[in-house]
Design a protein around this ligand. Structure first.
Ligand code: UDP
Length: 479
């Protein structure tokens, strides 16, 4: 018998790990508060969700999965390519975006069948607002980023400050933001700066247009982290938004933390055992998310920099051995020389588990928003090394506003062949966040934020409050 008072929310995340993982957390968070939740995904991405969805019943939560077909062949993508993590060329990216636009009909079918009370659809599906409107279902947009990045993007979109500089490397200020934030043109999304209009800039304007007509925005952040930007987004930019994060904190047990998303390439116990043998705050964790890739020479510099820093480290490298038989990126004898203090983890790391181990004292991150929040929740200072997308904005939040990190000096958006950071920069930044009195101050600020994050999601906290307000809004929409 259906529970008439129960709200049903459908989640439709972009097929990319940085979007599917928080969608899974969100669905779980909503279900833990008594709502029914359904996640829509494609066949090859279903394993990201299935374990949690299966386990939800025994935990008294109502979570479901709806599997749709990804139009791989129709869009000209190679077989098996259903996730943004696999887009190793711009041509594949372009076809992937084409494939996304073909999902509209299947979404309509799902909504027609389940008639939920709300659709939380990714920013990459601008047409979802109209599909939901057909059934009078409120559509919420999920960007998977910070208030800070949302405000920065609006500033760029409205004022186009990059048009006033004479070179790609001349800094400009982002107008109308609460702090003086500077960027250079090469760090800004091509989505915004491309002229004449391309597939990407067109998608970008469709996204902003659809967002303005949607019911509102859910933000995986908490008020105390970026109060000026949460206020700016709502009051100056006049957006309807609910902040409900950090949603990863709904994963309380080690089992929860480990099972998010994708199976780790290492035995989690081995990892924890290795960390157990190290002193508190003595290990640097180095990882760049699910999509960024570096040139061979950049990886070589990274190795040399880590070695020269004399720090202990876990370095996650997404290149598998089979891909690069000779491992040219690895300096000769490197692993032997660092074997007592360094570990190269090839493949997928149990990131949240590692970050929360007391031995980990610093995080070299690409500033993807999930990684950034995971670093904040673990209370670790960061070395910021943005590679593409909103990562360059998140870097500024960490270094200029929160002051819990040191910038490596990454100057150019490059998703596939990122390069240009020297070993000395790596060595210095690593030392700066790990040792000395400045490092201690950064760590103390990071620990304060960790505490505030925990409070935000607890009963009475700001995110707990906003989540309730969202549920109330959905209930009154229905009645
Ligand atoms: N992640 C992980 N192990 C890895 C790499 C990434 O668990 O080896 C997770 C990470 O914890 C985060 C997500 O994948 O939740 C990456 O999202 P983020 O927004 O940081 O970056 P993106 O992958 O979207 O660039």
């Amino acid at each position: 018998k259906p529970n008439m008072g129960q709200l049903h929310v459908v989640f439709f995340p972009l097929m990319a790990h940085g979007h599917m993982i928080p969608a899974l957390d969100m669905a779980k968070l909503f279900a833990s508060r008594g709502l029914k939740t359904t996640i829509i995904t494609t066949h090859l991405n279903a394993p990201v969700f299935s374990k949690t969805v299966e386990r939800s019943k025994s935990l008294g939560m109502e979570m479901g999965l709806r599997v749709i077909k990804f139009p791989t062949v129709e869009a000209g993508l190679p077989e098996g390519c259903e996730s943004a993590d696999q887009l190793t060329s711009d041509d594949l990216l372009s076809k992937f975006i084409q494939a996304l636009s073909m999902l509209e009909e299947q979404l309509e079918q799902v909504l027609q069948e389940c008639r939920p009370n709300c659709l939380v659809a990714d920013m990459f599906f601008p047409w979802a607002t109209d599909v939901a409107a057909k059934f009078d279902i409120p559509r919420l947009v999920f960007h998977g980023t910070s208030f800070f990045a949302l405000c920065a993007m609006e500033s760029l979109r409205i004022h186009k400050p990059y048009k006033n500089v004479s070179s790609d490397s001349e800094p400009f200020v982002l107008p109308d933001l609460p702090h003086e934030i500077k960027l250079i043109k090469k760090q800004v999304s091509e989505f915004l700066t491309e002229e004449p209009e391309t597939q990407f800039s067109k998608l970008s304007s469709q996204m902003s247009e659809s967002e303005l007509r949607s019911y509102g925005v859910v933000v995986n952040s908490f008020y105390e982290l970026e109060p000026d930007y949460a206020d700016h987004y709502r009051e100056v930019l006049k957006r309807k938004a609910w902040h409900i994060g950090p949603i990863l904190l709904c994963n309380r047990s080690a089992e929860d933390k480990a099972e998010r998303g994708k199976k780790a390439s290492v035995d989690e116990d081995d990892c924890l055992k290795w960390l157990d043998s190290k002193k508190p705050n003595s290990v640097l964790y180095v990882c760049f998310g699910s999509m960024a890739t570096f040139t061979t020479s950049q990886l070589y510099e990274m190795a040399m920099g880590l070695e020269a820093s004399e720090q202990q480290f876990i370095w996650v490298v997404r290149r598998g051995k089979e891909e690069e038989e000779e491992e040219k990126w690895l300096p000769g004898g490197f692993e032997e020389r660092v074997k007592d203090r360094g570990w190269i983890l090839r493949g997928w790391a149990p990131q949240v588990l590692i970050l929360n181990h007391e031995a980990v004292g610093g995080f070299v991150t690409h500033c993807g928003w999930n990684s950034t929040l995971e670093g904040v929740c673990a209370g670790v200072p960061m070395v910021t090394w943005p590679v593409f997308g909103e990562q360059f904005y998140n870097e500024k939040l960490i270094t200029d506003v929160l002051r819990t990190g040191v910038a490596i000096g990454s100057k150019e958006w490059n998703r596939l062949t990122s390069d240009g950071v020297k070993r000395e920069a790596i060595e210095n930044a690593a030392k700066q966040i790990m040792v000395g009195s400045e490092a201690a101050k950064g760590r103390a600020r990071a620990k304060e934020l960790k505490e505030k994050a925990r409070q935000a999601v607890e009963e009475g906290g700001s995110s707990y409050y906003d989540l309730n307000a969202l549920f109330e809004a959905l209930r009154s929409y229905r009645s």
